[in-house]
Design a protein around this ligand. Sequence first.
Ligand code: ZN
Ligand code: ZN
Length: 346
Amino acid sequence: MNVMLAAKLYAPNNIKIEKIPIPTFKENEVLIRIKAVGICGSDIHLYKNGRIASTIMKEPLILGHEATGEIVEVGKGVSGFQFGDRVIIEPGISCGECPFCRRGEYNLCPAQAFKGIPDTQGCLCEYVVVPRHYVHKLPSDLPFADGTLIEPFCVALQGLSEGNVKPGDTVAILGAGPVGLMALQGALVRGAAAVYVVDLYPQRLELAQKLGAASIINATVEDPIKAIRDLSGGMGTDVVMETSGSAVCAEQAMKIVRRGGTIVFVGVGCGEVKFNVDILTRSRLKLTGTFRYANQYPVAIKLVSTERIDLHSLVTHRFSLDKVQEAFEFLTTHKNEVIKAVITMK
Ligand SMILES: [Zn+2]
Ligand SMILES: [Zn+2]
């Protein structure tokens, strides 16, 4: 049992399942048998184009960073974990030494090795090795597939924290993919008075409504700027969360936010957009980016344990490891049907 199956991306649209050695672990690391891996928008970018934004794949890559599993073995120096523990992996392994890490902003570590993002191998395989500090215990009754949503939940929590969403705030969320839907739930937990969700796909919007959106706006049918201005008494919202990664939405965000409000750019892929600096100045807008997360896993796991967060409804499709290529093809051709697809393993 020293080989395992791994799904490796060789070139755009070309994944092969192959046998590779099970990785070895050091004394501060644990060996995890993977049980479920969520497919993220960034995985789809890499699958289709071999790149995401300026990050380009240079060698065959195992994708996947939203992973849960079971501890198989622990290194000599590891305490607090043992065989059989059900865990979630925090996929961004930072250096721990640079000025960003030392400030606690380890998501900004220039040396961060993020599983499944070039050139770090990911989790779409049977076993992975992870440093002990990047492993967190899953709530005991949470299924492995649902647990994979904790990773995008952390992205959403980081964004809400950057946007400083407060009790009573109105929030517009552009994009009702998994991060948008998790941001909706996180905003409500933070006490938002009303959350308006914009997307192009009815199925996602229906789920947003079920999860507590005050209003849903289908941008193929109505103008989201006008709709949200109307809903917010002509004012615009306190916070806009741009989760779609679309340049069109990034520009709309400037017109949806209220004077003095905050826009948080979460989605990757907007590229260069035009905006009027005078509007920024005269409306005293705050624009902030947000990248991955730091110290959010313990928060996300505690919130999930309270059962106020619905992860289960987001998992709409499941595939086995040998069907990864089919899964990616399905995802790229059925965007309207899929919210989160999860690869599950025995
Ligand atoms: Zn992700
Ligand atoms: Zn660092």
